[in-house]
Design a protein around this ligand. Structure first.
Ligand code: AN7
Length: 353
């Protein structure tokens, strides 16, 4: 491994040359955190490791693909970066655009972006447009904009996004020294499940690993087109990041699941919020609701089908909890206690004398 960021680290697997000017914010290198407390809580017996992608520079996994998409946009001389987003792609695009000097335009579904993500688009100076419609409608407009030569679309319909994101799988294998048995993750536009599976397959082909994991993808019940096998016109879920009714990588998500002998399932908002709280309370890991869908899927799958004892299971949590502070305050089901500024008041407020 040489240098920082996923392009330098994995350049042999990526479409760059010695002359490529790399736009990086030192993304990647995120930890794989042992979360055995959750396994104990489940009454199960397997190895659980959480790949905390919220610890990327803009707080989500999107940075892995954005570094390459923006690097390649600069290389070919594009002037504008454009994306539709439920919030994290736009946050990442805005930051990498700022670092590269390109102009960024983001199209967001009105009123459905977590406040932290909106703050990111605005502070990085992206032209921020709210569309009276949902993500799928915004993406359709972006596809049209992408027909112009001066515009680079940086949604995951841009193949470089998937290429960059596959480095998540490389890192998991490099850290474990092998492939996990199962890999759980949330599914929205289905770019990440596509990317992880591509990464595992490439590592298998070069002999870096001798087996590949079952890919276990999870959608929210109100936005589960792949599970239902039908487009969802008006997707709804508390996990706004995965509020998507017509995923761009739909077919490739199905392929990943079929080829890996995995599963694509769905979880309710209640299950997502329970997992969001569980992860924070039991493992000390704070994620946004969409990221908790993978954990909710893990609990559901174990309950219904059982995870074999001794398996190694990785769950990618995709975005940081601070992206969506309002949901966290609400879902904590707790409130601060207000007291007078003296010792007795503090002690008595927690039942001590
Ligand atoms: C935290 O930012 O689609 O299945 O526009 O932000 O690869 O789409 C975000 C998706 C999971 C789903 N977790 O990943 C966007 C966007 C978080 C996310 C997903 C998203 P994909």
């Amino acid at each position: 491994m040489t240098g920082h960021g996923v392009i330098r680290r994995y350049r042999d697997f990526l479409p760059v040359t010695e002359d490529t000017c790399i736009i990086s914010l030192n993304e990647g290198g995120t930890p794989l955190i042992d979360a055995r407390q959750i396994v104990t809580e489940m009454g199960a017996d397997f190895n659980l490791l959480i790949k905390h992608e919220g610890l990327n520079p803009t707080g989500s996994f999107k940075d892995r693909g954005m570094t390459l998409a923006v690097t390649k946009a600069v290389e070919r001389g594009a002037q504008f970066l454009v994306c539709a987003s439920t919030g994290n792609t736009s946050a990442s695009a805005a930051a990498y655009a700022a670092a590269s000097g390109l102009t960024c335009l983001v199209l967001l579904p009105e009123g459905k972006i977590a406040s932290g993500k909106m703050a990111q688009a605005l502070i990085h100076g992206a032209q921020t447009i709210e569309v009276r419609g949902n993500f799928d409608e915004a993406l359709n407009i972006v596809r049209e904009l992408g027909k112009r030569d001066d515009i680079e679309v940086v949604n995951s319909i841009n193949p470089y996004r998937i290429e960059g994101q596959k480095t998540g799988a490389f890192e998991v294998c490099d850290t474990l020294g092998t492939s996990p048995d199962m890999h759980f993750l949330p599914v929205g536009n289905a770019g990440n499940i596509t990317a992880y599976w591509k990464g595992y397959k490439e590592y298998f082909e070069v002999g870096q690993i001798t087996k590949t994991p079952k890919m276990m993808g999870w959608q929210a019940e109100g936005a589960a087109p792949i599970v239902r096998g039908a487009l969802v016109e008006s997707p709804e879920t508390v996990a706004t990041a995965i509020r998507i009714g017509n995923p761009a990588s739909w077919d490739r998500a199905n392929e990943a699941v079929e080829q890996s002998d995995g599963v694509i399932g769905m979880v309710s908002d209640e299950e997502i919020l329970d997992a969001h709280r569980l992860l924070a309370r039991t493992a000390g890991i704070f994620v946004e609701p969409a990221s908790a869908a993978g954990i909710a899927g893990l609990l559901k799958y174990h309950h219904e089908s059982g995870i074999p004892n001794g398996s190694t299971v990785v769950v990618t949590v995709t975005g940081h909890g601070l992206k969506d502070p309002e949901i966290a305050v609400e879902n904590s089901q707790a409130k601060p206690i207000l007291v007078d500024a003296d010792l007795e008041s503090v002690l008595s407020s927690i039942g001590l004398e």
